[in-house]
Design a binder for this molecule. Structure first.
Ligand code: CP
Ligand code: NVA
Length: 331
């Protein structure tokens, strides 16, 4: 049966089948071609979407805005400082108001239960632009980038190094397991993903021909990997005090030239961004001064190398988000 995503929420890839994910990737490829050819595609003219950001964003916000405008839609952005949500109005009430005015709602914020609550009451599709637990739109961009760079998803050896129980670690494990990649989380045990989620992912991998491995050993984790992926060591919403313990836990899991050298020939480096690969940011400079480390999860050398595909990933955020908006809103 043809995939039909009309009216669906996009909250976590746990809710999506491999066929549905494949359909979104193929739709994104179609939109990327149209965009690069300069062919207008205002397929959703007359519709309106609203973007709610309770945490900061560059890529996700811009990707939703440009995608919405390219599709011919009206796009409204709200941040906590400029709306009643949370302070004077519950999520359920906000959802019911916005659902009367907009055709779709994007939400970035804290607990996954907040985006679930919005989805429960909105009456229109709700898209998760990142929560503490999941970052599903990033997954589509990452899968598309891997397919473009390596020519396939199935059988790809994918290693994620760093905080493997944050939104990125969780989401990449699920995405890889569903799409037949061999996923390895390489992290200290304290930062392994939750057992329950690992079990779910192993179930998906059993069906797709992929696998899910957890290891503390950097050498074993990097050996023969086709993709080495990392994320910042302290995520949005975590208190500043965790930096010290997180640096102590993760400093051996930095992706540097020695780690890249253990990967497969032609391996790519990936990162959702933003990244602390130098001291040209406020936080990067503060950490350097306080803890004496000038590069964190990835060295500047690897970040700037030919193996790094991070800006292709960033561009693909827009094409894949456009696919999600279109697939869930088009009649
Ligand atoms: N990767 C990502 O979600 O980036 P932003 O935080 O800039 O949206
Ligand atoms: N784990 C990071 C991802 C940013 C895109 C965070 O939540 O801050």
């Amino acid at each position: 049966m043809a995939v039909d995503l009309h009216g669906r929420h996009f909250l976590t890839l746990l809710d999506y089948t491999p066929e549905e994910i494949r359909c979104l990737l193929d739709t994104a490829k179609m939109f990327k071609e149209l965009k690069h050819a300069g062919t207008p595609h205002r397929y959703l003219a007359g519709k309106n979407i609203v973007l709610l950001f309770e945490k900061t964003s560059t890529r996700t916000r811009c990707a939703f805005e440009v995608a919405g405008l390219d599709l011919g839609m009206g796009v409204t952005c709200l941040d906590p400082g400029s709306s009643q949500m949370g302070k004077k109005e519950s999520i359920a009430d906000t959802a019911r108001v916005l659902g009367r005015m907009f055709d779709g709602i994007e939400y970035r914020g804290f607990g996954q239960e907040r985006v679930e609550e919005l989805a429960k009451y909105a009456g229109v599709p709700v898209w998760n632009g990142l929560t503490d637990q999941f970052h599903p739109t990033q997954m589509l961009a990452d899968l598309l980038t891997i397919e473009e760079k390596l020519g396939r998803l199935e059988g790809v050896k994918f290693t994620y190094m760093g905080d493997a129980r944050n939104n990125m670690g969780n989401s990449l494990m699920i995405a890889c397991a569903k799409m037949g990649l061999h996923f390895t989380a390489c992290a200290p045990k304290a930062l392994f993903p939750a057992e329950e989620l690992v079990e779910k992912a192993r179930g998906f991998a059993a069906a797709s021909g992929g696998s899910v491995t957890l290891t503390e050993d950097v050498e074993a984790g990097a050996a023969g990997a086709d993709v080495l992926y990392t994320d910042i060591w302290v995520s949005m919403g975590e208190p500043e005090e965790v930096w010290e313990s997180r640096i102590a836990l993760l400093r051996d899991y930095q992706i540097n030239a020695a780690v890249m050298a253990k990967a497969a020939p032609g391996a790519v480096f990936m990162h959702c961004l933003p990244s602390f690969h130098d001291t040209k940011t406020d936080i990067g400079a503060q950490i350097a001064e306080k803890y004496g480390i000038r590069e964190m999860e990835v060295t500047d050398e690897v970040f700037e190398s030919e193996r790094s595909v991070v800006f292709d990933e960033a561009e693909n955020r827009m094409h894949t988000i456009k696919a999600v908006i279109y697939a869930t809103l088009a009649p």
